[in-house]
Ligand binder design. Structure first.
Ligand SMILES: [Zn+2]
Length: 134
């Protein structure tokens, strides 16, 4: 089940199959499908430094967010299920913005939370968070 059988050579070519890959439109198309274009997927190297402050972000997106405890975690209403008990715990003192819902919605970091909220994939969520747009 390989897309480029080793024994396939271009007709009339004495070149090795490996060399024939270069510039082969089907090969390039397959790579593009796998990785997308570099421009479309690249995010700034310093994206972690540009993420919003978790305290600010979560105060905007978590209802009834309380004050942080000694560990830096604050409880609020989970936006991912019909929550009446402040099941969500978010870390608002560190930079990673860790979160966990005790009603089994899962947990993760700030980017994961944003992905869950927006349905964006990882890189799109990062771009959205750092305000860079596309
Ligand atoms: Zn939840």
């Amino acid at each position: 089940m390989t897309a480029f059988p080793r024994n396939t050579k271009p007709a009339g070519s004495n070149r090795r199959a490996g060399i024939a890959h270069k510039g082969n439109p089907a090969y390039v198309a397959a790579l593009s499908a796998l990785y997308g274009s570099a421009k479309a997927t690249r995010i700034p190297a310093n994206w972690r430094d540009r993420l919003p402050d978790p305290a600010t972000y979560y105060s905007q997106h978590v209802a009834k967010l309380g004050h942080p405890n000694a560990s830096g975690y604050a409880q609020g209403v989970c936006p991912f299920h019909d929550d009446h008990n402040k099941s969500l715990s978010v870390c608002i003192t560190g930079s990673h913005g860790g979160w966990r819902c005790f009603a089994s919605c899962g947990g993760g970091d700030l980017v994961g939370f944003h992905q869950r909220r927006t349905g964006l994939d990882f890189k799109a969520a990062v771009r959205d968070l750092i305000g860079g747009g596309a």
